[in-house]
Design a protein around this ligand. Structure first.
Ligand SMILES: [Cu+2]
Length: 217
């Protein structure tokens, strides 16, 4: 690096520009950096009647160590200290949800969905998957695995793949907004992807982490 800096002034400027780009990229994901998101985290903050935004960050802790808003149930797959960030933006008839993760296992897929209830001391407290149009056949003991309802247009699926540092990002756009009901958590599962076939649609193995996200603000 030093040799390149000294070789030519344009080489030096290039290196400087690269460094500036790197810094900008870091500051975008730095929780302590000032950002527009601070206002978005105020519950109920809405810029108009047709748009709404919710943005929640959580650092995973074991059940015994926190109040239940960001929990790992399996620290080997979802390590303590990993960070989940969820942002939901609704506008007109569409909602876009983004998920960013840091500190998970490297180079691994994680199946992730929005669920109906808040996180709790055990993974099942988050309830079934949120469905915009609820499967009439589903019951608490027999949740919906019918692909007509359990699919990524009627539910919110955020399956993500991490890079070699355990970070990743994904987003889902769905053709609805939250009116009479909304999800309240994002659950990370053991499986690397969500199944889609009849009778198993939406299945993704055990629940390994949970972030409480009040999607309707
Ligand atoms: Cu799920």
């Amino acid at each position: 690096m030093r040799r390149r800096d000294q070789s030519t002034s344009s080489g030096y400027r290039f290196a400087l520009a690269l460094a500036a780009v790197g810094l900008a990229a870091v500051s975008c994901t730095d929780e302590s950096a000032p950002s527009m998101n601070e206002n978005e985290e105020v519950p109920g903050a809405r810029s108009s009647s047709s748009t709404s935004e919710v943005s929640i960050n959580g650092t995973l802790r074991e059940v015994s160590d926190n109040t239940g808003d960001s929990i790992t149930y399996d620290p080997e797959l979802a390590p303590v200290g990993a960070v989940l960030r969820v942002k939901s933006e609704s506008e007109n008839d569409s909602t876009t949800v983004t998920l960013e993760v840091e500190g998970l296992l490297p180079d691994r897929g994680y199946a992730v969905h929005a669920h109906t209830d808040h996180c709790g001391p055990t993974g099942d407290k988050a309830g079934p998957h949120y469905q915009h149009e609820v499967d009439p056949q589903a019951t608490p003991d027999n949740p919906s695995h019918d692909p007509r309802y359990a699919n990524p247009r009627n539910e919110i699926w955020l399956d993500v793949v991490t890079n070699d540092e355990g970070s990743g990002e994904t987003s889902a756009q769905v053709p609805f907004v939250f009116t009479d009901h909304a999800p309240n958590s994002v659950v990370v599962h053991e499986a690397e992807t969500t199944r889609t076939g009849p009778g198993e649609a939406g299945k993704a193995g055990g629940r390994i982490a949970c972030l409480t996200v009040p999607f309707d603000g």
